[in-house]
Design a protein around this ligand. Structure first.
Ligand code: MG
Length: 100
């Protein structure tokens, strides 16, 4: 799933940035990441279910996508994701389960 592949979503992200500004959007990334972290802690303690965590994960994806879209950094991000996924695939293929 890539939010930036949907032109309707991209338009909404651009409008949101125009409305609130990039500085505020960066602050939202911080807040949404914190909410995701907290939800994962609450999941481990049985206070919430996985659905609540996924809602917070969606918030993170949306806010990060907004930053990537606004900065025109989608290509850079795509390259970073490709590199990291290739590394992950190599580790999985070599059965490298050591935690690093
Ligand atoms: Mg949230």
């Amino acid at each position: 799933m890539n939010i930036l592949d949907d032109s309707t979503y991209v338009k909404t992200l651009q409008e949101a940035t125009a409305l609130w500004g990039l500085k505020f959007q960066r602050e939202m990334v911080i807040e949404e990441c914190a909410e995701l972290i907290l939800s994962l802690r609450h999941l481990e303690r049985g206070r919430i279910d996985l659905g609540a965590v996924l809602v917070e994960a969606a918030d993170v994806l949306i806010t990060v996508s907004q930053l990537v879209n606004d900065n025109g950094a989608a290509e850079f991000m795509t390259d970073a994701i490709d590199e990291k996924m290739e590394r992950l695939a190599r580790r999985v293929a070599s059965n490298d389960s050591e935690l690093k």
